[in-house]
Design a protein around this ligand. Structure first.
Ligand code: UDP
Length: 497
């Protein structure tokens, strides 16, 4: 390496599930190498990143992570003002947001050109979101490399990109179909496609965005994947065969506090987290959890963006009551209701919140919960999850098995892998149209919370995966080795400076 400080420029897609892992990646590269990192994004998301970074305790990382605002006015693109993030947008609007994101290409090009002018050479590389294939064109025109970062896992990412590129369900009348790149024995079902993917035919707004952008991302110099080699070897083999590029498995990028967590001691990570948690206080949840026996509590959350339908919400509530099991449920108003709206009798049994509080069976948390603290508490036994990749990794890292209810993006494929390859999950239903009855909710909860049989087996497997995750992200583990290999490959490709 020359004496001049290396610089990496990053551009995540504008959604929390992307921005958070990008920030974790930036911090990790910065801490391991001392490189300067610039993260570029829209003003609203930069504002969010600024608060997140300034509330971290490891301040040493601050001076070298620069944040760069790229001008973006959502209303210029027919979107509601300030909708620079996917939260609370309809699926039509999210498609519009994807298309509008292409207008970031020109200001991003100017940003990187400015860095080149100032530093006298191109940055070491650009790390761009898998959804922002256009960044490969910026990198190429400015004489640097582009590496694609997929914030999901190997299996889920491979399935998602292959689905968009090949639309295999269009070529058959059957409800089951094979997926290019996947073994023939591995069949996918039509209900595993989100409505926008099911309707896609190559000419719709979603296909018109995803197909070219994925193709461009496949032109980058390599892929970084937010997973570990040991936990999904099958999925990574499929991904590597599909992308035919170097894939560095540098994840999962989890908060360091989870690394030191011991599921057997059951100590929650409370107090060790590097940033402040919005919403309900962690103390309130932890005090409530303290009152319940080990591994007895269900934690229910559908991530940072998704909601379920009003009738599903009602059946879930009734099934929880019937099961008699204690639970913490992060509730958002269902589809069709204002995200900021009040709770209604149409989608929750009468006085549900109050009755659950009085009987001590359930703690309802509105909109946002301190998920890491809850998952790492010894009383938490099972996670009812939408199978977003971050949630899945957080849960497995602390040995908590999953009841899957995938809703969007690549969540159905994460759920499939968790069930079929890892044996750490069962699926309750799929999507917002998925059938759900209180009887089924009770049956699945009893199955998974059974300390013998299926429940015991899932717990054992989740604990084993948790150990593998923690080993991979420890010093000397496979993920940190992959990170070092990625950095040295980039340095060796730098020529003439
Ligand atoms: N999260 C949280 N509290 C909540 C909901 C989500 O802390 O009430 C965090 C969760 O720990 C995870 C992220 O938000 O880190 C959600 O990411 P994921 O990939 O699971 O799903 P997405 O929100 O992208 O659908």
């Amino acid at each position: 390496m020359g004496s001049q400080q290396e610089h990496i420029v990053m551009i995540p897609f504008m959604a929390q599930g992307h921005i958070i892992p990008f920030l974790a990646l930036a911090k990790q590269i910065q801490q391991r190498t001392g490189f300067t990192i610039t993260i570029a994004n829209t003003p609203l998301n930069i504002q969010y990143l600024r608060t997140t970074i300034s509330t971290t305790s490891d301040d040493s990382s601050r001076p070298c992570i620069h944040l760069a605002e790229l001008p973006f006015c959502s209303s210029d693109h027919g979107l509601p003002p300030n909708s620079e993030n996917t939260e609370a947008l309809s699926f039509h609007q999210i498609a519009d947001l994807f298309h509008a994101s292409k207008t970031l290409q020109a200001p991003f090009h100017s940003l990187v050109s400015g860095i080149i002018e100032k530093e006298g050479r191109p940055p070491l590389c650009i790390i761009s979101d898998v959804f922002f294939g256009w960044a490969t064109e910026v990198a190429k025109s400015l004489g640097t490399s582009n590496v694609t970062f997929t914030t999901g896992g190997g299996y889920g990412t491979a399935a998602y990109i292959s689905l968009w590129q090949n639309l295999p369900h269009r070529a058959t009348d059957s409800d089951y179909f094979a997926l290019p790149g996947f073994p023939d024995s591995c069949r996918f079902h039509i209900t595993q496609l989100h409505q926008y993917l099911r309707a896609a035919d190559g000419t719709d707004a979603w296909s018109r965005y995803f197909q070219p952008q994925i193709a461009l991302s496949l032109n980058s110099s390599g892929w970084l994947c937010n997973t570990a080699e040991e936990i999904e070897p099958h999925g990574l083999e499929i991904l590597r065969n599909y992308v035919r590029l170097p894939v560095w498995t540098i994840g999962p990028l989890l908060p360091p506090a989870l690394l030191n967590h011991s599921p057997s001691s059951g100590s929650s990570i409370f107090g060790q987290r590097a940033w402040k948690v919005p919403g309900v206080s962690p103390e309130k949840c932890l005090d409530w959890l303290d009152k319940h026996p080990q591994s007895s509590v269900l934690y229910i959350s559908f991530g940072s963006q998704n909601t379920i339908s009003p009738s599903q919400m009602m059946e879930l509530a009734l099934g929880l009551v019937d099961s008699g099991k204690p639970f913490i449920w992060v509730i958002r108003p269902p589809v069709g209701f204002d995200i900021e709206g009040e709770f209604r009798a149409e989608w929750l049994p009468e006085n549900f919140e109050q009755r659950m509080a009085e009987s001590n069976q359930g703690l309802i948390v509105h909109k946002w919960a301190p998920q890491l603290e809850i998952l790492s508490h010894k009383s938490t036994g099972v996670f009812v999850s939408h199978c977003g990749w971050n949630s899945v990794m957080e849960s497995l890292c602390v040995g908590v098995p999953i009841i899957g209810w995938p809703l969007a993006a690549e969540q159905c494929y994460n759920s499939k892998m968790l069930k079929e390859d890892m044996g750490v999950a069962v699926e309750l239903t799929r999507g917002r149209q998925g059938a759900l009855e209180r009887k089924e909710v009770k049956r699945v909860i009893e199955l998974v919370m059974d300390s013998k049989g299926k429940g015991e087996e899932m717990k054992k497997k989740a604990t084993e995966i948790g150990e593998k995750i923690r080993d991979a992200i420890r010093e000397g583990g496979s993920s940190l080795k992959a990170m070092d290999d990625f950095v040295s490959t980039m340095l060796s490709r730098r020529q003439g400076y």
